[in-house]
Design a protein around this ligand. Structure first.
Ligand code: FAD
Length: 276
């Protein structure tokens, strides 16, 4: 099947992109790498009257790092991160995640901004950005705002983005102390979205710890009891009970397979982190 007809605007600046979205009263959509949107157009699951292409905006490709934060532009691709073309002050965490997303073609075109804007519950970046406490920078004709990724993602394919807003980038806090991390992802076949994905991080001597899980509900989530166990250096068996508490709160309908699946990805990520 081919897409329904739509108008197309190639934006030359962020200001032009957001102004076009604000002025156009029809059903306008932004396109970045097109890796999710183009199939949705062809399947007619998305029926925009207007596509605003932000894919050539160099201002959305910029990255910078200060002592406090890494700023990644929304158009940074998974391949940019996998190839080390942007800094990874998190000891290789970003590179590992990027290299595990789908196939190289998807990674070549797919962007971090598109991944978070889409808010697929099984996508990789939202889980990592949650664990790292990142915030999204968002532009509109009225100015810009910043919102934690945790608050930005509202549910399955649902975010706080208004129709005239675009994500311009992400601010990811850089840990002051030594950071350790672990990840685990289960996929049903190579290149597929995760059936379960867990990311855990800790800094210093129990100063900070976070655990995040994806594909376990309508949106990725933080696991507060597990994080508390990581901070207090709970032994593996105690931690497993804490993971069980967090999973109970997720209401997996008592499904023993899902409970076991998510428990193993979280515990594997913890093991990887503790071995670092
Ligand atoms: C076969 C296949 C397998 C995949 N497997 C995985 C996987 O395992 N893990 C994973 O994480 N991802 C996976 N993806 C998704 C891919 O990684 C892309 O990140 C994702 O498609 C979105 O990025 P994009 O730049 O292509 O966005 P697009 O497809 O261009 O847009 C996606 C959505 O985001 C909106 N959007 C895009 N950029 C912005 C912005 N800056 N501001 C506001 N809205 C915006 C668009 O309007 C659209 O609604 C897979 C995709 C495919 C095709």
């Amino acid at each position: 099947m081919k897409s329904a007809p739509f108008d197309y605007v190639l934006a030359r600046t962020v200001t032009e992109a957001t102004a076009t979205l604000a002025q156009d009263r029809r059903n306008a959509m932004v396109i970045a790498g097109g890796q999710s949107l183009v199939p949705m157009l062809n399947l007619r699951m998305a029926l925009p009257d207007l596509l605003v292409d932000i894919g050539r905006l160099d201002e959305l490709k910029a990255t910078s790092a200060t002592q406090e934060a890494l700023q990644l532009g929304a158009l940074v691709t998974h391949a940019d991160i996998e190839d080390g073309a942007v800094p990874d002050p998190f000891g290789g965490l970003l590179r590992k995640i990027a290299g595990g997303i789908s196939y190289r073609t998807v990674r070549h075109y797919g962007t971090i901004g598109g991944s978070v804007a889409l808010a697929d519950p099984a996508a990789d970046w939202p889980v990592v950005l949650l664990a790292l406490g990142a915030a999204a920078r968002i532009a509109s004709p009225a100015g810009s705002r910043s919102q934690s990724v945790d608050d930005f993602i509202k549910g399955q394919y649902a975010t706080s983005l208004a129709p005239e807003e675009i994500i311009v980038g992400f601010d990811i806090p850089i840990p002051g102390a030594r950071m350790r991390w672990g990840t685990s992802k289960v996929v049903r076949k190579s290149g597929a979205f995760a059936s379960s994905i867990a990311v855990v991080v800790e800094q210093g001597d129990g100063d900070f710890a976070a655990a995040a899980l994806g594909a376990a509900g309508p949106r990725p989530c933080l696991l507060p009891t597990t994080a508390q166990g990581l901070r207090s250096r709970a032994p593996q068996e105690d931690l497993r009970a804490m993971v069980a508490d967090d999973l109970t709160a997720l209401a997996l309908d008592g499904d023993p397979y899902l409970t076991r699946l998510h428990t193993s990805t979280i515990m594997r990520a913890v093991r990887e982190m503790r071995q670092r």
